[in-house]
Design a protein around this ligand. Structure first.
Ligand SMILES: Nc1ncnc2c1ncn2[C@@H]1O[C@H](COP(=O)(O)OP(=O)(O)O)[C@@H](O)[C@H]1O
Ligand SMILES: [Mg+2]
Length: 269
C-alpha cells in the first residue's frame, strides 16, 4: 500500500537525514590499514564524541570526511549527498568545517587575516590564493571583515586581531581555527582534540563556545581524550579501535565498556 503523506512526514521526523554519514569506510596506506570498516552517523544538531586510543584511526576518519584523503572504499554522505569524490573545498561549501589536531595558522599573517582565509567566495571557491597577496584585508568586502570580527569576538580573540598568529598560545590557536571554519557557515563541525594542550581557563572558553554552536543547531563530531569534556558535551559517544567501531552509547556506558577499557590498556602498553 502506498504511504500516505502523513506517514512520509512521520518517517522523516522519526529519522531525519543525517548531516554526515560515513558508510563502510576503508583507508589503507601501503600495507597498513588505518580505517578498517567504519560507519558513523551524525544527525542534525547532534553532538557526538569520538574516542579511542592513539592510532585508532580517528584523525584519518576526519580526513576522509573532510576530503583531504580519498577512501580506499566506502562512501561519505553530507546532507543527503554523496560527496565521496568531492574536493575538500567543495565539502566546505557543502557545509563541513574541520579543525586540526595541531592547528596550522599562517604564522606571519594577522589573526584577522587568518579568519578571513576561511571565507568562501560566491562561487564556493576559497579566498585562499588571494589571501597570500598584500593588502588582502583592505580589499575584502566590508561584510566579510565584519563577520570575521564578530567571530573573533565570539572566540575572545578580538584584542589580538592585528597580531601575527605566531603570538597565540596553543589554546588560542584552537579558538582561531574555530573562528576560521565558522566563516564558511558550516552545518557540521569536526573538532580534532580541541582540549589537548590547552590551559584550564581557555579550555572552559572552548567548551562554552562549542556548547553555544551546538545550541545554535550545528552538528558536532568531537574527537577528545578528555572524558570529562566528552561527558559534559556529548549525549552519544562512539569508541573506535584498530579502524573499527568498538562501542557506542552514553559517555558512562562507553567508559565502562570492557572492550573499550581493554583497547585503551592495549594502546598504552
Ligand atoms: N598519511 C599516512 N600514511 C601512513 N600511515 C598513516 C597516515 N596517517 C595515519 N597513518 C596511520 O594510521 C593509523 C591511524 O592514525 P590516526 O588516524 O592518526 O589515529 P588517531 O587519530 O586515532 O590517533 C596510525 O597507525 C597512523 O600511523
Ligand atoms: Mg588523531
Amino acid at each position: 500500500m502506498p504511504k500516505s503523506p502523513t506517514d512520509t512526514v512521520q518517517n522523516a521526523l522519526a529519522s531525519p537525514a543525517a548531516v554526515i554519514e560515513a558508510r563502510n569506510l576503508v583507508k589503507r596506506f601501503q600495507g597498513m590499514t588505518a580505517v578498517a570498516e567504519m560507519s558513523l552517523r551524525l544527525g542534525p544538531s547532534e553532538m557526538v564524541g569520538l574516542i579511542g586510543p592513539n592510532g585508532a584511526g580517528k584523525t584519518t576518519l576526519f580526513n576522509l570526511i573532510a576530503g583531504s584523503l580519498k577512501p580506499t572504499s566506502g562512501e561519505i554522505w553530507i546532507a543527503g549527498r554523496d560527496v565521496s569524490q568531492d574536493s575538500p573545498e567543495k565539502r566546505i561549501a557543502t557545509g563541513v568545517g574541520r579543525t586540526f589536531q595541531i592547528p596550522r595558522p599562517f604564522l606571519e599573517m594577522s589573526v584577522l587575516e587568518n579568519v578571513l582565509a576561511g571565507a568562501q567566495s560566491q562561487h564556493g571557491e576559497r579566498l585562499f590564493a588571494n589571501f597570500l597577496r598584500p593588502g588582502f584585508v583592505r580589499r575584502q568586502e566590508k561584510a566579510a571583515v565584519d563577520k570575521a570580527r564578530t567571530l573573533l569576538e565570539f572566540v575572545t580573540l578580538s584584542h589580538l586581531e592585528n597580531q601575527p598568529a605566531k603570538v597565540l598560545s596553543g589554546g588560542q590557536r584552537k579558538l582561531l581555527e574555530l573562528a576560521r571554519i565558522l566563516m564558511a557557515d558550516p552545518r557540521a563541525i569536526l573538532l580534532d582534540e580541541p582540549a589537548a594542550g590547552v590551559n584550564p581557563a581557555l579550555l572552559e572558553t572552548i567548551m562554552e563556545r562549542v556548547i553555544t554552536l551546538n545550541a545554535q543547531g550545528k552538528s558536532i563530531l568531537l574527537i577528545e581524550h578528555n572524558m570529562d569534556m566528552v561527558a559534559r558535551l556529548c549525549s552519544r559517544v562512539v569508541a573506535m579501535a584498530l579502524g573499527r567501531p568498538l562501542a557506542e552509547g552514553t559517555p558512562e556506558e562507553v567508559a565502562r565498556n570492557p572492550a573499550v577499557i581493554e583497547a585503551y590498556l592495549g594502546g598504552a602498553a
